[in-house]
Design a protein around this ligand. Structure first.
Ligand SMILES: *[C@@H]1O[C@H](CO)[C@@H](O)[C@H](O)[C@H]1NC(C)=O
Ligand SMILES: *[C@@H]1O[C@H](CO)[C@@H](O)[C@H](O)[C@H]1NC(C)=O
Ligand SMILES: *[C@@H]1O[C@H](CO)[C@@H](O)[C@H](O)[C@H]1NC(C)=O
Ligand SMILES: *[C@@H]1O[C@H](CO)[C@@H](O)[C@H](O)[C@H]1NC(C)=O
Ligand SMILES: *[C@@H]1O[C@H](CO)[C@@H](O)[C@H](O)[C@H]1NC(C)=O
Length: 437
């Protein structure tokens, strides 16, 4: 790789000729200003003192004072002049500095890479690009080079990135899922690693066919998972029996509570899938479940011939593999990620428990606007068990949902009784519509 050494060795050598010129210029200017000051300032200084004031010689004193006054007013004129010169020197300096800055930008050695703090090397430089298109090929996109997609937030974590990008090209990817996800959660998404093979499980078993796969759990040998304390499907399922707080603790036990989710409607916070689908009478065909953990929502929708993509991170367990094993499509992105769908394309977006008050207000607003963006006109946003404090509900969130532009089709707010209800925690379930026009 050699990238680490290169990046340690580079204290901005490439800028030095321009820097030197700038320094000389500044030196010249500052010595000039100094000489102006000496000439106009200090040289006259001693003459301001009356040299021969005789005792009781009032006329003489008056003459001296008169002379001093006229000298002072002459000095004042000189000060005004000095001020003018300083001002013009300052504007000259500002112009010069602007020119130097422009020249520096023009001579950026590698287009597109100039804003990185250190020079890039090896696999990381390739991951950032640019890559020239083959000669003779005329692209439709108005460019002769391509840049791999890479979140600019990655630039803030260059040391971690250098570590992440130190792997054997063509070999097995390092087992560092937690590290990789930490980078993603810091906004470095998508990750730049592109040329290695993930570890394969030792005893992979081909998946179960539909529809059995939707509600069955594959053997643990189907997964190679080193990075977490929870290494396999059995461990995920068993979390319901263990102490400790986990995301979606009992969700992976597909025979338990999970089996009944969204099947029945209680007329309050729990909506049933069939009643939601009936709102649009067959016009719900494709959609997204944000933070769908196990994929059970997508499984229920598939049983109704609706195709749902499930986005999820891997929170101390192989969530993405679990969803895929059921024959459903997992999407490994965080809630901070811009949704990878084009405008006005999806019939439905669902999210349970995930979009809630733990997300900073502005980030939540980003996510909600993005949901609005990807929904087709008339599309549905099923906000399922959004939680917050009672005070926040009317002061922050209700106005936020209105700001986004959703129409309220159904709305239920209720005290959160499962845990911490004494702390004034509330749930909201809502069916929000994107207006047709
Ligand atoms: C003071 O100086 C001015 C000229 O600078 C002169 O006209 C005036 O007569 C002088 N007054 C006295 C008292 O010397
Ligand atoms: C499954 O994972 C648990 C803990 O994560 C481990 O103790 C167990 O040996 C694993 N089982 C298999 C078959 O790998
Ligand atoms: C899961 O729990 C069962 C019993 O509750 C236990 O026999 C089994 O070893 C556990 N498996 C893992 C991987 O923790
Ligand atoms: C799903 O589609 C299949 C094939 O088109 C059809 O036989 C089945 O009845 C549909 N199921 C539902 C719940 O609409
Ligand atoms: C929010 O406002 C509505 C109507 O303005 C009110 O009925 C409801 O009780 C308020 N909710 C909370 C949690 O304060």
């Amino acid at each position: 790789m050699g990238s680490k050494e290169e990046y340690l060795r580079k204290p901005s050598q490439s800028q030095s000729p321009m820097r030197l010129k700038l320094k000389i210029l500044l030196l010249l200017l500052s010595t000039n200003i100094l000489s102006i000051y000496i000439f106009y300032g200090s040289a006259d200084h001693h003459r301001w003192l009356p040299s021969s004031v005789r005792h009781w010689d009032f006329a003489g004193l008056l003459r001296e004072l008169n002379a001093t006054q006229s000298k002072l007013s002459a000095s004042q004129a000189q000060v005004v002049l000095l001020n003018q010169r300083l001002a013009s020197t300052k504007s000259l300096l500002e112009r010069l500095l602007a020119d130097v800055g422009q020249a520096h930008r023009d001579e950026a050695p590698e287009q597109g890479l100039e804003r990185w703090a250190h020079q890039l090397g090896g696999e990381l430089k390739l991951a950032v690009g640019p890559h020239k298109l083959p000669l003779g090929y005329t692209p439709n996109l108005g460019s002769h080079e391509m840049y791999p997609t890479l979140g600019t937030a990655c630039r803030r974590f260059q040391e971690e990135l250098v570590q992440f990008m130190s792997y054997d090209v063509g070999g097995e990817c390092p087992s560092d899922e937690v590290f990789a996800q930490r980078l993603m959660l810091k906004g470095c998404e998508p990750l730049p690693r592109r040329r290695c093979h993930p570890k394969s499980p030792a005893g992979y078993v081909e998946p179960t066919p539909f529809p059995e796969s939707l509600w069955s759990i594959p053997p643990d040998t189907s997964i190679a998972w080193d990075a977490y304390t929870c290494k396999n499907y059995t461990c995920l399922v068993n979390r319901s029996k263990q102490k400790g707080s986990y995301d979606c603790k009992d969700c992976f036990n597909l025979g338990g509570r999970e089996k009944n989710r969204w099947v029945y409607s209680d007329g309050e916070l729990n909506y049933g899938i069939d009643e939601v689908l009936s709102v649009k009478r067959g016009a719900i065909r494709i959609g997204l479940d944000i933070g769908g953990g196990t994929g059970s929502f997508a499984a229920r929708m598939r049983e109704r011939n609706v195709t749902i993509v499930t986005s999820t991170m891997n929170f101390n367990g192989p969530f993405n593999n679990f969803i895929a094993s059921r024959g459903l499509v997992p999407l490994h992105i965080s809630v901070a990620h811009r949704l990878p769908f084009y405008d006005s394309t999806l019939d439905i977006v669902h999210s349970m428990h995930v979009l809630s008050n733990w997300i900073p207000d502005v980030m939540l607003e980003f996510a909600l606007f993005d949901i609005y963006r990807v929904l087709r006109p008339g599309g549905l946003f099923w906000l399922d068990h959004f939680f917050c404090h009672g005070k926040q509900l009317n002061s922050t969130y209700v106005p936020m949902f209105q700001r986004i532009g959703f129409r309220r089709l159904r709305w239920h707010a209720g005290r959160k009784l499962d845990r911490g209800f004494e702390k004034d925690e509330w749930y909201v379930s809502a069916l929000l519509g994107k207006p047709l026009t």
